[in-house]
Design a protein around this ligand. Sequence first.
Ligand code: BTN
Length: 267
Amino acid sequence: MSGMSDGFTAEPLCAEKIGEAMKNSIRISLFDELDSTNSEARRQAERGMSVPALIIADSQSAGRGRLGRSFYSPPGTGLYMSFLAEAKESFCETVALTTASAVAVAQTIEKLCRVTPEIKWVNDVYVGGKKACGILCESFGTSDGKRFALVGIGINLYTETFPSELDGIAVSVFPERGLRNAFASNIADRLVEYWNEPSRGELMEYYRAHSLVIGKRISFTENGVTASAVAREIDALGCLIVTLDDGSTKRLSGGEISVRLENTKEN
Ligand code: BTN
């Protein structure tokens, strides 16, 4: 991490720059401000706009997180983007898509910030024990009967001040100046590649090697009920296998489940 000083303005986002730096082609729409890039992606799908598409905003007024939470998305300091593609049976299971997205983000952070990120099952990317990125995967249908997969990614790049409820929880990754567009193109290229050819073996190897939870005591909340367990492994689809306190084994598959490392704050 390069560290930041006063008066810093992040590189302005530029659709041409992002597209030119990508190996794969994708339609890019860029906005100064949106309610939520995921909501805009849904609107674009409903209007029949072409996919795959990348929808990016400099800020979001109603950024959405998992489990009905909001995602803090101030202007000029982060990267808020959604990858939209037509769903395909083999790869649209939400957990599988989420793990691929977490790997794409973690690999980009590793490459551009030269730090080793960790992935907190199922969809958060951590740096130095704090959350740097959240991912919200959704699948939905449009009125013409098409099905879509949607990955929303929010990364704190240069945000220095967070709302008090994120104190001790959120962190920024501080890439070198001038890398905001490179962050977008790097992640998007990886997403397109994993989408077109999900080589799950390598992807899951990376995911497991960077897991923040394997071997740790966690608590998880499912349908409003919280239980304590030890995280054992992550299976080929990205499900988390845990041992409960009564010795039984359970397979957690994302969705409405939230996992907390014991003795830590969570968001
Ligand atoms: C989480 O941490 O619970 C997931 C946060 C996902 C935030 C991103 S920002 C871009 C996209 N648009 C949204 O409204 N949410 C996702």
